[in-house]
Design a protein around this ligand. Structure first.
Ligand SMILES: NC(=O)c1ccc[n+]([C@@H]2O[C@H](COP(=O)([O-])OP(=O)(O)OC[C@H]3O[C@@H](n4cnc5c(N)ncnc54)[C@H](OP(=O)(O)O)[C@@H]3O)[C@@H](O)[C@H]2O)c1
Length: 247
């Protein structure tokens, strides 16, 4: 398909080809999926408007890249606020390949029955929740077609990401793409559960919702290693590995 429009360098193209093997090896060693964070931001780091309305930031070329990443990932993760605001399908439409397993972090099962992920997806949506929900609500949501992944709660009462990734590892999920939004991206970074970042930077200034909802690395800041850039139509895509060493 149109992925010739975005010029990948050798190592970026190699990442796509080697991800299944890399992820299998990672899963075998760590019993959890390999985590790639991938989202689109404006030059000033906004991923949506200040009122959390969806912004079409990516160029068509960058959208193709995003869909290629979806297609090589076993599963795709979003937060419940993204479901509530964007009502996404999370399917692969602008590239070739399979639809990843959709997973929504929804501690308190706030998902509405009208969500497109419950009604128009070829895969049963997995809702990661905490064990604080009533059996009736759990049943209701299961009857809507979702599968529940019941996890422990973190200190804020939200889905404990370590529990979730262990559970996904046991279910044979070897790679996940975390698409957003801001709170979910921040939580994955804060928990140091990120293995790769592929960030589309669109040449726009928005002054909207910042991608990080609090410091990503405690009191310090997160450095990125092995940084490379790809031009994707008018956008710049940054590829990098997180460096968790505090300097
Ligand atoms: N530009 C992009 O690439 C992109 C991609 C995706 C989304 N977005 C935008 O992002 C915005 C939404 O971002 P957001 O920050 O408001 O919400 P979000 O990250 O989509 O969802 C946050 C919610 O997820 C639930 N959650 C469960 N476990 C969590 C955990 N461990 N850590 C964090 N959250 C957890 C929490 O709700 P409960 O406590 O109820 O569980 C939390 O309030 C939307 O405007 C959307 O358009 C942009």
């Amino acid at each position: 398909m149109a992925h010739n429009d975005s010029r990948l360098n050798y190592s970026q193209e190699a990442w796509f080809n080697s991800l299944p093997e890399l992820a299998s090896e990672f899963h075998r060693r760590h019993q959890r999926p390999l985590v790639t964070i991938s989202y689109a931001q404006s030059l000033d780091g906004s991923i949506a408007t200040r009122n959390r309305e969806q912004l079409a930031l990516s160029s068509p070329e960058a959208m193709v890249l995003t869909h290629r990443i979806r297609a090589v990932s076993d599963a795709i993760v979003i937060g419940i606020n993204t479901l509530l605001t964007d009502d996404p399908l999370l399917t692969v439409r602008h590239a070739e390949g399979h639809n990843p397993q959709p997973i929504v972090l929804d501690s308190n099962l706030r998902v509405p029955s009208s969500a497109r992920l419950l009604n128009h997806s070829d895969r049963r949506c997995w809702l990661a929740c905490t064990d604080s929900n009533s059996p009736q609500r759990c049943r209701q949501v299961e009857e809507l077609g979702a599968e529940l992944l019941c996890c422990g709660a973190d200190l804020a009462g939200r889905v404990n990401l370590f529990d979730l990734l262990n559970l996904l590892g046991r279910k044979g999920i070897k790679s996940i793409m975390v698409e957003g939004g801001s709170q979910v991206i921040t939580s994955f970074l804060e928990s140091r559960l990120v293995d790769k970042l592929i960030i589309t930077v669109a040449p726009r200034l928005v002054g909207g919702l910042s991608v990080l909802d609090r410091p990503a690395a405690g009191g310090s800041f997160l450095r990125l290693n092995s940084v490379s850039y790809q031009s994707c139509g008018p956008d710049l895509v940054l590829w990098a590995l997180p460096n968790w060493q505090v300097t």
